[in-house]
Design a protein around this ligand. Structure first.
Ligand SMILES: Nc1ncnc2c1ncn2[C@@H]1O[C@H](COP(=O)(O)OP(=O)(O)OP(=O)(O)O)[C@@H](O)[C@H]1O
Ligand SMILES: [Mg+2]
Length: 383
């Protein structure tokens, strides 16, 4: 059977890693529109055709997204395979005995149930940033196939910056910081950008008498310029507010909104009971509120209070050993302590807080619980 598959260079790199590298975790991530989801479908099909009687899964968190972004697209890209698609099972049963399963699981419990038992030679998780590390690790346990040599089974995580899983993805694929039990050779990463995908540039290239081959002969900088100047999608991404632009256009893991507290916030260390906060914060301390309205996703409202605490109070109420016997000066406090309360937009309980700069993380404490609220449409427009 003839397959109409034309992998772009980065997609080809991914297939190469699947085939030839010893890694069992592969990341394919970055900015929007880089060709990640298409790579998932094409590489999955190539591998199922190459390895008869094997099973692979394309996964998304929510069924409706899976249907729209993968099942429907797969069937329209490969109409000859429609007759092999079993609707009730959400799977394509190929004539060589291989299967492509389209899977989803919305909660950790779902993940545990669905991935306890079945085995998949390949598991490709699209929008993997929507899953937690615990969920991804649970899924990985089903990534095995009998009689397969080491390194042949692959778990590929396709993702954009942001989302609940971003700290884990950033650590293993971008920072490459591994725990003692992890082996760096088990992880590989392909950074994908919108300007790696010639599809966006095709109309302009055509109008200028240029081809995809010309496009890929340019270096990344030239393709980037062409993307943001001469393609509709590139222009739109380039005109986003900066906090979104760095993630959606540039695919940056370092500065994308939501990253700030990812490696700093440890609930056990940074959260203190509300009673302790009430004992600590005095009526004469200065207080203020800050709001991050969250352009597209979450908003946070923080109540802060700042003042001088004695070494005894710091020790008993916060577990901090003060360096100076006089306690903190007002200036120290500005640097060291920024107590506050966060609330969601529904009921504003003064029960939580997030505070302090990364380099002062040891002196940072939050009160009660930390709540990030989601604006309702009405609140957002009023806000
Ligand atoms: N090799 C290819 N051949 C033909 N079309 C392609 C190819 N790669 C990507 N495309 C097309 O480019 C568009 C964007 O690709 P895709 O949806 O895979 O990007 P993405 O990185 O998953 O985007 P997002 O970040 O929004 O999830 C889609 O219409 C897709 O079909
Ligand atoms: Mg996608």
């Amino acid at each position: 059977m003839e397959l109409a598959i034309n992998l772009q260079p980065k997609q080809h790199e991914l297939l190469g890693l699947c085939e030839d590298s010893p890694c069992s975790w592969i990341g394919y991530g970055g900015s929007r529109g880089g060709g990640k989801s298409k790579a998932a479908r094409d590489c999955m099909l190539v591998r199922r055709m190459k390895y008869p009687n094997t099973k692979g899964m394309i996964f998304r968190r929510v069924y409706e997204d899976l249907r729209q972004n993968h099942i429907d697209k797969f069937l329209s890209e490969f109409p000859d395979f429609e007759k092999f698609y079993k609707r009730a099972d959400h799977e394509v049963a190929l004539p060589n005995g291989s299967k492509i399963v389209f899977g989803y699981a919305e909660t950790l419990d779902d993940v545990k149930r669905k991935f306890h038992g079945p085995e998949y030679m390949d598991i490709f998780v699209d929008q993997a940033e929507q899953l937690t590390e615990a969920e991804l690790r649970q899924i990985k346990m089903a990534n095995r196939w009998p009689n397969m040599p080491i390194g042949k089974c692959k778990m590929v995580l396709f993702f954009n910056p942001g989302g609940v899983g971003v700290a884990f993805l950033k650590r293993i694929f971008h920072d490459r910081k591994y725990l003692q039990t992890e082996d760096a050779n088990d992880y590989a990463f392909v950074q994908a950008y919108g300007w790696d995908n010639v599809m966006w540039a095709e109309p302009s290239l055509l109008a200028e008498g240029l081809t995809a081959k010309d496009f890929y002969s340019w270096d990344s900088e030239r393709r980037f310029k062409y993307f943001i100047e001469k393609t509709q999608y590139g222009r739109e991404l380039n005109s986003l507010p900066q906090t979104l632009r760095v993630g959606h256009l540039l695919g940056s893991f370092d500065s994308f909104a939501g990253q700030y507290f990812a490696e700093v916030f440890d609930r056990d260390r940074q959260v203190i009971p509300q009673d302790n906060a009430e004992a600590l914060i005095r009526p004469w301390w200065s207080r203020w509120i800050s709001i991050d309205w969250g352009f597209a996703h979450y908003s946070a409202i923080l109540w802060h209070a700042k003042g001088i605490a004695s070494p005894k109070e710091l020790k008993h109420l916060l577990g901090i050993e003060a360096d100076s016997p006089q306690g903190f000066s007002a200036d120290d406090c500005a640097e060291y302590a920024c107590w506050g309360a966060g609330a969601d937009s529904q009921d504003f309980p003064v029960t939580g807080c997030v505070c302090q700069a990364r380099q002062r993380q040891h002196h940072c404490r939050a009160v009660g619980r930390c709540v990030f609220g989601r604006w309702t449409a009405a609140t957002a427009s009023g806000g």
